[in-house]
Write a protein that binds this ligand. Structure first.
Ligand code: SF4
Ligand code: SF4
Length: 361
């Protein structure tokens, strides 16, 4: 079975159609005309719906880690054995939906790979995440060039990285090459009966090489982990890197790799005996994130929160999991209202430690 398939440009719209005919939901990036400045967001594909391969403003993270999800519903029932007591009856939500994410970028696919580590590879497997993750197929489109704000090649990825993807698509002059990366991807290509594209693959490889050549060479950030560890208590450094942050949290909400969440229980209106447990995205840049019931807050100041965010992504997460908690998508840079740039902070941290080491020796 060929791992490489080909679709002519004029037939591309048939691909989501064929996938949906298999009974799968297809999410595609669409240009949303709702505002004067159109957004590019993921929406379920429907017949005749136009889609784009432009990079979406938000990542498709919410397919596996929704902004807000019901973990389970509960009801209180009188105990049949002790009439003065209540029993809690739980009913789980069935979240299984086979979904294809069609046309995200390699940095978004790497976002799934990053999330897999804490949610499925640690001491405990998160069943809510794992259930959804098992039921998605990621089809990423390789990028033809880099851009000013993306830096995937600094952090172990690249414009053609297969990490996190089940299928990679590369755009040729007259069509698209589809390359199966995983068994799941191979299975889907086989079910779609797309024509073999092996003879087109050399052209795709040339385009992929050109994409790499178009990138501004990455600086060496291999010292980030050690540097961040050693300047953790340098408050002046962190204050200087954070002074104009307004703690809005846009950088975390929009990030394909951020995974802080909060759990709340909510009663069902009109039903004093029932409710549901919700999991919602949280935001470590907010002062409320670490505020304890006593009122004490270990990260009350914004420099402490920025220090935590950057250190988690470039020190503690790689120390625990072997890769950065950042896919270099650049969304936190393009969407920060005060133009803070995580790349500049990491480079400044490396430089600060270099100076500190020089002064100590
Ligand atoms: S988006 Fe910018 S201003 Fe908002 S919390 Fe993040 S770094 Fe601070
Ligand atoms: S930290 Fe910024 S650049 Fe890195 S994955 Fe998150 S949003 Fe993208």
């Amino acid at each position: 079975m060929s791992k490489i398939r080909y679709v002519a440009k004029k037939d591309l719209a048939n691909v989501p159609l064929s996938i949906s005919q298999l009974g799968l939901t297809v999410l595609v990036p669409v240009i949303s005309p709702a505002t004067a400045k159109p957004s590019i967001i993921y929406e379920p594909w429907e017949k005749e719906k136009e889609f784009t391969f432009a990079k979406a403003f938000v990542s498709p993270k919410s397919t596996v880690f929704p902004e807000c999800e019901t973990l389970f519903e509960y009801k209180k029932r009188p105990s049949p054995v002790a009439p003065d007591e209540n029993w809690i009856q739980l009913s789980e939500k069935d979240e299984r939906r086979d979904t294809v994410i069609f046309g995200c970028r390699p940095c978004d696919a790497r976002g799934f790979d990053a999330l897999d580590k804490p949610f499925t590879q640690g001491l405990f497997k998160d069943p809510y995440y794992a259930e959804k993750r098992d039921h998605i197929i990621v089809i990423a489109r390789t990028c033809n060039t880099g851009c000013e704000t993306c830096f995937c090649h600094w952090v172990g990825g690249g414009p053609t990285s297969p990490i996190g993807s089940d299928i990679l698509i590369t755009e040729l002059e007259d069509g698209f090459v589809f390359q199966a990366i995983t068994e799941k991807g191979q299975d889907l290509l086989t079910r779609l009966s797309m024509p073999d594209g092996t003879d087109k693959f050399p052209e795709a490889e040339e385009i992929r090489k050109k994409a790499w050549k178009s990138l501004v060479p990455a600086p060496d950030i291999s010292g980030a982990l050690e540097s961040l560890k050693n300047i953790f208590t340098d408050d002046d450094f962190w204050v200087s890197q954070t002074d104009r942050c307004i703690s809005c949290g846009a950088c975390t909400y929009i990030c394909p790799t951020c995974y802080c969440f909060n759990i709340t229980d909510e009663g069902v209106p009109g039903s004093p005996k029932g409710g549901r447990r919700l999991r919602s995205w949280d935001n470590c840049m907010s002062s409320r994130y670490t505020r304890e019931a006593s009122g004490h807050n270990p990260r009350a100041k914004k420099f402490q929160r920025m220090r935590n965010r950057v250190s988690h992504k470039f020190w503690t997460f790689p120390e625990n999991w072997g890769s950065y908690l950042c896919s270099g998508c650049g969304r936190c840079i393009t969407n920060c209202p005060v133009h803070l740039d995580i790349r500049a902070i990491v480079l400044a941290a490396i430089e600060e430690y270099r100076k500190k080491k020089g002064a100590d020796s």
